[in-house]
Design a protein around this ligand. Sequence first.
Ligand SMILES: Nc1ncnc2c1ncn2[C@@H]1O[C@H](COP(=O)(O)OP(=O)(O)O)[C@@H](O)[C@H]1O
Ligand SMILES: [Mg+2]
Length: 254
Amino acid sequence: MKRSVIIVKNIQKVYGEKRGNPSHALKGISFSMDEGEFVGVMGPSGSGKTTLLNVISTLDHATDGLVEIAGTNITKMRQSELADFRSKKLGFIFQDFNLLENLSIYENIALPLSLQGVSSNKIGTKVEKVTKMLRISDILSKYPSEVSGGQKQRAAAARAIVHDPAIILADEPTGALDSKNAASLLETVANLNEEQGTSILMVTHDAYSASYCKRILFIQDGELYKEIHRSQMPRHVFYKEILDVLAELGSEKR
Ligand SMILES: Nc1ncnc2c1ncn2[C@@H]1O[C@H](COP(=O)(O)OP(=O)(O)O)[C@@H](O)[C@H]1O
Ligand SMILES: [Mg+2]
């Protein structure tokens, strides 16, 4: 049986309660995700996608409900434990890559391991492995300003997986990319999922990006609206199905 990498039960998030103007961003969302899945989260602007991802990524606290990541209940953890959990178990891909300009590509990729105090020998072996896989072995001594946009993305992907996280979390990872680089990042991420069995949860408002996922959760006004599975569908067929659900969502609003 597959193990769950994420279990979310009835999470609620209310912002601004103390200020006296509460805004209910998540209204009882429940879902689970198995190890090795590639799941997308879609929904209109303001529907709660980023809030959901932030709660799952331990960057924000749910007001109520349960979040379990790789078998650990994170809703009861203290800040110090959370920081440790995050650095060991989670990998992040950000919209703007977040590579540090004054570190070499090698140092950037090694960062999650250096922060954990892993020996430099072990770090060397791990970095060599992931950079070979992502075809960036030849740029390791360069600095971010000296490499192409596509190479930066692959470096960011390498950094997200170098410490073998239980799951990769991505919020609009293609948001700042042109269509060619977006396609290449999505191919990279889909390959990680296919070939390494990496579990990925990706928030996007873009149907093209979402078509790379195997399952999509649609949220609307802080609630789960629908979920669809790609199954054996070719990507362009799944893309059309995604557009249909988005159209449905749009017409419900009116
Ligand atoms: N820090 C915050 N304080 C108050 N309200 C917030 C905050 N962050 C998000 N919200 C509100 O929560 C809702 C969901 O926002 P968000 O999760 O960013 O949606 P999405 O990522 O789908 O666009 C919106 O109504 C937004 O205005
Ligand atoms: Mg958002």
